[in-house]
Design a protein around this ligand. Structure first.
Ligand SMILES: [Zn+2]
Length: 533
């Protein structure tokens, strides 16, 4: 099979938005389309223009998008029984979207025709046929989604074949076989696709799977091996129930394992970025262990693994992280040995010899803090500060001379309000300030930055992105130790810091101070690098 024939058809903007807690505004959808074009997918299904105003609005705006590679497609359904295509609102909405390609879904399982549509089986075949004929006369490319194809095939193969043959005879460019309920297994897919290829005359097939059996990706790959040319899926596997087949896994598997270059090498390097960009817009918590594009996909923790990976990365990595735009990470934790420290230091731009005594000092400090409840695995920025302190490369950018927070609730129905008053000192100059927040962490964060912005104006860019508290031991009830992890970002990068104390306000304050310290030092290092040219 020629590589050029395998086309990626993204359904994130339609099927993906059916996922629980996923909702994109028109503006989000336009930005996502732009990103998908950068990635180089061949088709971007924008939505169902006949079904809601948001999708209609998207298609109006999408006409102005300047895409370099991707084609926008509109999704709809075959005409309704008893109506001509001229009279059918959904078909007309598809044409109004003015996309170069459209996809229509039709029934291929006899059970659904009888029970859901409640029309004769023969009429459904006519509906498929004349919907495709009508659209094909008016749109460049028409794809036919055969809903419940695999389930239908298992019950009545003859009828499913009749349904897709009707679409093929009417001129459909691709017949997309859908595992709508997501329960089919890879070898069933393989066998059924093989039979379809034998039964129809050189059919152009597509595959659309869901992940209910957690084999959405595997099902897609099996179909590709049987000659399927159009691959439908979503970024990060978003979608109804357990989601659609995940393009972030399918694409690299095709390119790197099956040798089918559906995207170019340089396009593939955008994968990590596109996955994270779209995830950011969903506002959902990160799933770190996603294959290829997750933060943990190339994260090494065990000391033995790390020392092996440092010598030869293939020892514990199936592909190189760089090819999908990801990066290798070495986690520091209780399990760390000297190699983790050396690797991390190198990442920070610090060359340490493995016999350097300072490595022991860092390791010692790390173990001590970890015994106290610290964890640096999720707190790279705090770890960097620790290393710099141990190496004598740290200058404290400000001193916190005192802080006080008080929370007040004026009546039962009112939300509580917290005030933080504090004093900081920078180069001998004191600054005293007060700030309000919806809780102590928010108020302290506002207050600290307000006081320090005078000296470090870049702190305006910092945003608290995530705040997590974990209670570490319950031996003593309320004097349990708490660990606070804070994630901050400034639009340029994100970093995380940690604080531990018996007092939750103190633990939060430590993590906050580290976050601000880190931002100031990061910007200073950037300026110094620029000055050096
Ligand atoms: Zn679907």
């Amino acid at each position: 099979m020629s590589d050029q024939l395998v086309k990626i058809y993204d359904v994130t903007l339609r099927d993906g938005t059916q996922g629980e807690n996923i909702s994109f505004s028109i503006h989000d959808k336009l930005r996502i389309a732009q990103k998908l074009d950068e990635l180089g997918v061949h088709y971007i299904e924008g939505g169902w223009p006949g079904s809601n105003e948001r999708d209609e609005g998207f298609f109006e705006e999408a006409k102005k998008l300047k895409l370099s590679k991707s084609k926008i497609t509109a999704f709809g359904s075959t005409r309704r029984s008893g109506k001509t295509c001229e009279e059918d609102g959904s078909i007309q909405a598809l044409l109004k979207a003015e996309t170069p390609a459209v996809t229509i879904v039709g029934k291929s399982w006899d059970f659904h025709v009888k029970e859901a549509l409640r029309i004769p089986l023969k009429e459904n075949i006519e509906i498929i046929h004349d919907s495709v004929v009508y659209l094909k006369e008016r749109v460049d490319e028409v794809f036919f989604d055969a809903e419940h194809f695999f389930d239908g095939f298992k019950h009545n193969p003859k009828y499913t074949l009749q349904a897709i043959k009707a679409a093929a005879d009417a001129g459909a460019d691709v017949l997309v076989l859908c595992d709508t309920n997501g329960g089919t297994l890879p070898w069933e897919i393989e066998e059924i696709v093989r039979e379809v290829n034998l039964s129809l005359d050189n059919p152009h097939l597509g595959i659309h799977t869901h992940n209910d059996g957690e084999v959405g990706v595997a099902n897609t790959l099996y179909a590709v091996r049987e000659g399927v040319r159009q691959i439908q899926g979503t970024i990060n596997g978003y979608g109804e129930r357990c989601g659609n087949a995940n393009l972030c896994s399918i694409i690299p598997n095709l390119n790197l394992k099956l040798g089918i270059e559906c995207l170019s090498e340089s396009e593939l390097r955008h994968l990590y970025d596109v996955s994270h960009f779209i995830h950011e817009l969903t506002n959902l918590p990160a799933i770190k262990h996603r294959p290829f594009v997750g933060e943990s996909a190339f994260a090494h923790k065990g000391g033995l693994h790390v020392s092996a990976v440092m010598k030869k990365s293939e020892t514990y990595e199936h592909v190189s992280p760089e090819v999908v735009g990801n990066r290798r990470r070495v986690l520091v934790s209780d399990l760390s040995g000297r190699s983790n420290i050396l690797y991390k230091a190198k990442e920070l731009g610090i060359e340490l010899d493995s016999h350097d005594k300072r490595v022991n000092a860092i390791l010692g400090e790390l173990k001590k803090l970890e015994n106290a409840g610290y964890e640096f695995e999720g707190a790279d920025a705090s770890f960097e500060l620790l290393v710099r302190k141990a190496l004598g490369e740290y200058r404290k950018p400000f001193h916190l001379k005192g802080i006080r927070t008080s929370t007040e609730k004026r009546s039962e129905d009112e939300e509580p309000l917290t005030e933080a008053t504090l004093m900081v000192q920078v180069d001998g100059v004191n600054e005293h300030t007060a700030a309000l927040g919806n809780g102590p962490v928010h108020a302290m964060d506002q207050g600290l930055r307000k006081a320090l912005e005078k000296f470090y104006p870049n702190l305006k860019e910092v945003k608290l992105k995530d705040y997590r508290v974990r209670v570490l031991s319950t031996k003593h009830g309320t004097d349990a130790v708490v660990r606070v992890l804070i994630e901050s970002g400034d639009g340029d990068s994100d970093w995380s810091t940690v604080g531990v104390s018996q007092n939750i306000v103190e633990a939060s304050l430590k993590a906050l101070v580290d976050s601000i310290d880190y931002k100031i030092l990061k910007d200073e290092a950037k300026r110094a690098a620029k000055a050096r040219g």
